[in-house]
Design a protein around this ligand. Sequence first.
Ligand code: 3HC
Length: 331
Amino acid sequence: MYSQGLIGADTQTDEDETFLAAFQKRIDAEEKIEPNDPMPAGYRKTLVRQISQHAHSEVVGMLPEGNWITRAPSLKRKAALLAKVQDEGGHGLYLYSAAETLGVSRDEMNAELLAGRAKYSSIFNYPTLTWADIGAIGWLVDGAAIMNQIALCRCSYGPYSRAMIRICKEESFHQRQGYEIMLVLARGTEEQKEMAQDALNRWWWPSLMMFGPSDADSAHSDQSMKWKIKRFSNDNLRQKFVNATVPQGHFLGLEFPDPGLKWNEEKQGYDFGEIDWDEFWRVVKGDGPMNRDRMATRRKDWADGEWVREAAMAYAEKRKARTQAAKIAAE
Ligand code: 3HC
């Protein structure tokens, strides 16, 4: 899938029990693993998988929101949405850089995505039908991302955890501007309140799916938790998100599309209905409402951007040659 270990010390084989035990000792001691540290091939591989897919999600996530930049209802809303979409692009570049420290190139990561072998978050395969969707995305999707990413700030892999700290600062602005859009609509005309309710109805369950399959069906959680890439399980973060978000929705005066949602005094959290896992896996496997559009756009954008990448590389080569020539001249 990817070229292995181009950067940093030789990747140890996973069979080396002594090395694995020493590595786990570092993880258990809460040490940060850095690019040049020896690491198990499996640790490197799952980080490339997760960080590159996280980066793909950020870039693909620009598409549903970008659809509303020219349709924003005011200059203020347009400016905030422009800033948010630009942030998401920056998050993607930041995360590709973090993944590159593991010895994989950006071209390789993009080739995996465009060939359909790498994923991006299922949430971005739903259409943005009304302006209220932009509020629901900021409030729910970025809210869910924050819940997940705050935990990733404590990931054992240094470059990923540091990228998360910067990204989380910007995510909180994203979530707040989304919630403010929902507040204005929910306090607006009947039609605006209906638009906000419709958006909640369509985005609530896909937002819960962002946290991944149930713990019982999570292929990577056990090992990722052991290596402290993940600090909480999928279900645990999902529950935290529900507990934090339901009161916000009630403050808006909106109803959640889940008859099973009710406060459970004993567990001090909300019980909620069963997620439609058929829908989840259908969307993850490429058969969601917008999967084909998103991939077609990413393929076209990648092709259209080739001249920019070539020009940037040509300029970088020229600059490097000029610097070397100047160095020789100065000797
Ligand atoms: N969409 C697509 N694929 C998903 C998924 C989802 N919502 N949830 C899980 N999967 C995939 C996993 O990638 C894995 O497939 P793979 O082996 O091909 O990678 C499979 O389903 C099994 O899931 P696991 O729970 O075993 O996988 P993980 O341990 O990797 O957990 C995760 C899934 C919680 C999404 C984890 O990968 C993670 O925390 N990733 C980083 C955060 C991230 O990517 N968030 C996506 C949204 S980014 C965003 O919202 C930007 C914001 O600014 C708007």
